[in-house]
Design a protein around this ligand. Structure first.
Ligand code: C5P
Length: 210
């Protein structure tokens, strides 16, 4: 390989994306958000009027760079559809090479669920970024512009936390490349850390290993 591979895995809304992007910038490496691949496949299935739990391999095979740039990939329905197509071994298989090729030339930072366990079991550095469901829900709520003082804030937060827990549970319990902490991963619990502190800890560990 032309450079180091850094795997950043963890559950939904743990801050993986923010961290991975900054790590890539600090180390001068390309960055790939692998969740976007599954979100785009889920979106294509929805567009075709198909239940994302039904076989979606053909959408994974037909994926284009434009599909990955759609603004609506960030919406909650795309996340749910992503998790459903991501449970299909044929969909995962169709996306393996894309991810490996991305890092072939210069190395890369990739964030996802199975980067350190399935896509790059030999990654130079493996980080697992996590936080309690309540912390992750709150962060996502505030990030989306939610108002904690709104009369229905409690109801909104509860619904978000339920959806987040359900997706984590599905991702961790599927048979095909489930989300789990790699044996040699360095775990960062971010409940009491801000983004700067998470970056500092991740960079410190990474530079130690490279
Ligand atoms: O990270 P993000 O929330 O964008 O991922 C959306 C969904 O895509 C996840 O819930 C998971 O089901 C799937 N995914 C995956 N493997 C990855 C990245 C994402 O299964 N490497």
């Amino acid at each position: 390989r032309g450079g180091p591979v850094i795997a950043v895995d963890g559950p939904a809304a743990a801050g993986k994306g923010t961290l991975a992007r900054k790590l890539a910038e600090a180390l001068g490496l390309p960055y790939l958000d692998t969740g976007l691949l599954y979100r785009a496949v889920g979106r294509l299935a929805l567009d075709a009027g198909q239940d994302p739990a039904q076989p979606a391999e053909r959408f994974a095979q037909a994926l284009t760079p434009e599909d990955m740039q759609r603004k609506d990939l960030r919406l909650p329905d795309a996340a749910l559809a992503a998790s459903k197509v991501a449970a299909q071994p044929a969909v995962r298989a169709a996306l393996v090479e894309t991810q490996r090729r991305f890092a072939a030339r210069q190395g890369a930072v990739l964030d996802g669920r199975d980067i350190g366990t399935a896509i790059f079991p030999d990654a130079d550095v493996k980080l697992f970024i996590t936080a309690s469901p309540a912390t992750r829900t709150l962060r996502r709520f505030l990030q989306n512009g939610g108002d904690p003082a709104a009369p229905d804030a409690q109801t909104q937060l509860q619904a978000m936390e339920d959806a987040l827990r359900a997706r984590d549970e599905a991702d961790a319990s599927r048979d095909s490349a489930p989300m789990r902490v790699a044996d040699d991963a360095y775990v960062i619990e971010t409940d009491t850390l801000d983004a700067q502190a998470v970056l500092a800890e991740a960079l410190w560990f990474t530079r130690e290993r490279l």
